[in-house]
Design a protein around this ligand. Structure first.
Ligand code: HDD
Length: 724
């Protein structure tokens, strides 16, 4: 008895210790992290002892128990329960990967409200500005398997789980505000068409194939969405630099029971940025984990990514006032018609401790809402509400909500009569497991008087039961055109190249010909340019008139950060033996002071000696190992001898040339300018520098000067969007 009591005391003090545990050097008050603490296993406190799953200490885990004679191996014995347990556990390590969005990464953080909305919703998380609500966010790609590359052209998932004091609330969104289909019953079709083809399981994580585009043509409702997936939004620079959208129409319900329609938006503080396609393709091979590492690296370096949380609200009275149906997920709500009100902030500030237990086992459901938030009759959302709950059972088992990452925080303990099933971890005390029962002190589901219980909106429903959608769902092209018209000229060129790439990978002429015809319904010159490259008839006339309208905030160039920053950007500093140490140090100090992450790249990963000194700088990587694709900007350090070495190094030349081709900011000083000039072969641009001046010149994103000065460093700031 006293031993048990002592153990209880120990676990209590461990929990208290957890409360002051430092995570990323920040003392955590995150209630979700504290909630999960008792489940954490600190391997450093194992006392160097390994045990079986039943807690028995193991003496040898490297040799299977066997019969041995002096010189000869003998048969292995099945009686070795230590070996059997180890192998058996390994055999069962895998669970089914998510049927879509299998590839992803996640992080913990918090949500903070700054503008309460009591007139719209009674949800505590949307009213109490003193709260800091813990969140877990998982970003993902849609089509690829769990081991596929991060930088493929695809929609990105943006799923947020709020652990509120009233229970868990999930916004399971994407980085694109619309969807391919209007009705959830089409979901298996659109996903089958996009996933690898059934006969050969090719291609992996790509929409560039016959079946995907066949489906897109045959479903004109998908046109708006495929315009987005062919835009730069589908190749983000980072998860930290993309918007998130709840996509579906939800409802907000206030304390009086009044209802409004709502869409949720996340807008990143760092602005919206993309890779260029060639860079994305190369990164997929050179660093398939590029996005996952980027997020982890930023959090480790305390460059915590932040998003503004916005709502777009339509009153009940205005539901039918728009030319589109506000319940149609293939339509967005243009901001000039329905402005976004930003009311809070999301911040990610803690990496997971174990990927599987947290990121892989986290389970989101659109049906997870809390009092004050409800659904709408959006037919896609209604189907999603069924699908997510269902899929978690096959992925994680019926008790998936008990898993540490999925259970609600202590402020809202789970109390009900759901029981049993595989891997139930809860031990209920009491003699009854049904409701109603003869006891007063068991969980009650009261029907009246509860103001904090979940209450559905009392909706008046009338109609005829039919397999049909409302009339406005039939219009499919207006917003596809609105989106295209709203893009910048550079974004339009990128889209043209994206279509040309994708359709070139379709070898069935009927597929690429039809898609070109479809594009002609949106924009004739775009269709002509694509058809000229991919083959088939070149459309001669627009299938329908362009309405010429544009909407704000559809082009990502409109999301420049309020304060441009190089914080958390990766900057390669190229040096070779004989480099100028004072310049190197001055530039590195200035970049680091602004929060950039600098990496020294040299012909070899050894000590690189500066001019006139033996004490050198250790290179972080060599030019073959890390390519320019993995950095945001490049600085080439001056030095007479180092410049000669770099000029003669083909990889160095290609490195800088490629960085220039990918529109990266490149800086060079002193004699390194000559190397840069040769490498980028910029016709007509004179990078010649005035040696008497400390000014820098900047053209085409290339910044050069004779001496290091503040102007150069400022110029190195990354532009909001690549525009060349
Ligand atoms: Fe979905 C996963 C986003 C339509 C069925 N979906 C999933 C994830 C995201 C989205 C971000 C990954 C969650 C995670 O990180 O674990 N899905 C969307 C959006 C949609 C959408 C923004 C359109 C508005 N989804 C959609 C429909 C259905 C599904 C119409 C089914 C009828 N989605 C699923 C799923 C997944 C899923 C099969 C796979 C893994 C999971 O749920 O947990 O149930």
């Amino acid at each position: 008895m006293s031993g048990t009591f002592q153990r209880l005391q120990e676990s209590l003090s461990a929990a208290k210790e957890a409360a002051s545990e430092t995570f990323n050097d920040v003392t955590t008050t995150n209630e979700k992290i504290l909630d999960m603490w008792p489940n954490k296993v600190d391997q450093t406190k194992s006392g160097n002892r390994m045990t079986t799953d039943t807690g028995v200490k193991i003496q040898d885990t490297d040799h299977w128990l066997r019969v041995v004679s002096d010189k000869q191996e003998g048969p292995a014995l099945l009686e070795d329960q230590i070996a059997r347990e180890k192998i058996m556990r390994f055999d069962h390590e895998r669970i089914p990967e998510r049927v879509i969005h299998a590839r992803g990464t996640g992080a913990h953080g918090y949500f903070k409200l700054h503008t309460p909305i009591p007139e719209l919703s009674s949800a505590g998380v949307l009213n109490d500005i003193s709260r800091t609500t813990p969140v877990f966010v998982r970003f993902s790609t849609v089509l690829g398997s769990r081991g596929s590359a991060d930088t493929v052209r695809d929609v990105r998932g943006f799923a947020v789980k709020f652990y509120t004091d009233e229970g868990n609330w999930d916004i399971v969104g994407n980085n694109i505000p619309v969807f391919f289909i209007q009705d959830a019953i089409k979901f298996p079709d659109v996903i089958h068409a996009g996933k690898p083809e059934p006969h050969n399981e090719v291609p992996q994580a790509q929409s560039a194939h016959n079946n995907f585009w066949d489906f897109q043509y045959l479903h004109s409702e998908a046109t708006h969405m495929f315009m987005w997936t062919m835009s730069d939004r589908a190749i983000p620079r980072s998860y930290r630099m993309m918007q998130g959208f709840g996509v579906n129409t939800y409802t907000l319900i206030n304390a009086k029971g009044g209802r409004s329609f709502v869409k949720f938006v996340w807008t990143p503080e760092l602005g919206v940025h993309s890779l260029v396609w060639d860079e994305a393709l190369k990164l997929a091979g050179q660093d398939p984990d590029f996005h996952r590492k980027d997020l982890q690296e930023a959090i480790e370096n305390r460059a915590y990514p932040k998003w503004k949380f916005g709502i777009q609200v339509v009153s009940e009275a205005d539901q039918h006032k728009f030319e589109f149906d506000i319940l149609d997920a293939t339509k967005l709500w243009p901001e000039d018609l329905i402005p976004v009100q930003y009311i809070g902030e999301l911040c990610l500030n803690r990496n997971v401790d174990e990927f599987f237990a947290e990121t892989e086992q986290v389970a989101f459901c659109t049906s997870h809402v809390i009092p004050g938030i409800g659904f709408s009759d959006d037919p896609l959302l209604q189907g999603r509400n069924f699908s997510y709950f269902d899929t978690q059972i096959s992925r994680l088992g019926v008790n998936w909500q008990q898993l540490p990452i999925n259970r609600p925080i202590a402020a809202c303990p789970v109390m009900n009569f759901h029981r049993d099933g595989q891997l139930n971890h809860r031990i209920h005390k009491g003699t009854v497991n049904y409701w109603p029962n003869r006891f007063e002190n068991t969980p009650h589901a009261r029907h009246t008087g509860d103001t904090d219980a979940y209450r559905e909106f009392s909706q008046n429903v009338a109609g005829i039961k039919e397999r049909l959608n409302a009339p406005k769902f039939k219009e499919h092209f207006n917003q596809a055109q609105l989106f295209y018209n709203s893009l910048s000229p550079v974004e339009k060129i990128h889209m043209q190249a994206a279509f040309a790439f994708e359709l070139d990978h379709c070898d069935d002429p009927i597929v690429y010909k039809r898609v070109c015809e479809r594009i002609a319904e949106i924009d004739l010159p775009l269709a002509q340019a694509v058809a000229k490259l991919v083959g088939g008839e070149i459309p001669q006339k627009a299938a329908r008139q362009n309405h010429g309208r544009k909407a704000p905030k559809l082009s990502q160039t409109e999301f420049a950060p309020a304060a441009p920053t190089i914080a958390s950007r990766r900057i390669a500093m190229i040096i070779a033996d004989g480099f100028e140490m004072p310049t190197f140090l001055a530039v590195r100090t200035a970049l680091t002071a602004e929060g950039a992450l600098t990496f020294v790249i040299a012909p070899r990963r050894h000590m690189i000696k500066p001019a006139g000194s033996e004490a050198g700088i250790m290179a972080d990587h060599h030019l073959e190992g890390m390519r320019s694709t993995m950095f945001d900007a490049v600085f080439i350090c001056p030095g007479a001898q180092s410049t000669i070495t770099l000029r003669e190094n083909g990889r160095a030349v290609q490195w800088v040339r490629e960085a220039f081709g990918h529109l990266k900011t490149i800086g060079a000083l002193g004699d390194a300018v000559a190397f840069l000039q040769e490498a980028v072969m910029l016709p007509g641009v004179d990078l010649a520098i005035d040696r008497s001046s400390s000014e820098v010149v900047s053209s085409y994103g290339v910044v050069t000067g004779w001496k290091a000065n503040v102007g150069l460093l400022r110029s190195l700031k990354i532009e909001p969007s690549k525009t060349a």
